[in-house]
Design a protein around this ligand. Structure first.
Ligand code: MG
Length: 159
């Protein structure tokens, strides 16, 4: 039985931080702020997988009040989501995600991001979709104050 999960995340763009999306460090004047490496794309995907598994969300596994996860690379969150799937005897079928960023041009890095996400989830890279859009200069994303990501995951579960 295929179960579908949805994930959404957003982080603020600030000076003095690296911009990391899909595990790729992307050259930019600002980076995403957060407790971990603030990889909004991986966080949204993690929530999509956990959602399909009925496992709650990323904050339940990795509270942002826990100093252990400070500066953590977000691939460990995806690795945990994959472990949860394995524990249920479930198989992640596919991931599809959209990045919403006014700048920089993130699609130049799509292949590298897909490879990192696929590796962290133990998936074939062809099962990972990444798309990007600007916010047409509107709102906080349009003003370059933050970057958001949305994701869905298809998971084949025995129940
Ligand atoms: Mg986040």
């Amino acid at each position: 039985m295929i179960h579908v999960g949805i994930g959404y995340d957003v982080h603020q763009l600030v000076e003095g931080r690296k911009l990391i999306l899909g595990g790729v460090e992307i050259p930019h004047t600002k980076g995403l702020d957060g407790h971990s490496d603030a990889d909004a794309l991986m966080h949204a995907i993690c929530d999509a997988v956990l959602g399909a598994l009925g496992c709650g969300d990323i904050g339940q596994f990795f509270p942002n009040t826990d100093p252990w996860w400070k500066g953590a690379p977000s691939k460990i969150f995806l690795e945990e989501a994959a472990r949860q799937a394995q524990r249920q005897g479930a198989r992640i079928v596919n991931i599809d995600a959209t990045l919403i960023a006014q700048a920089p041009k993130v699609m130049l890095h799509a292949a590298a991001m897909k490879a990192n996400i696929a590796a962290a989830l133990g998936l074939d890279v062809k099962k990972v979709g990444i798309k990007a859009t600007t916010n047409e200069l509107m709102g906080f994303i349009g003003r370059g104050e933050g970057i958001a990501a949305m994701a869905v995951a298809g998971v084949d579960r025995p129940d």
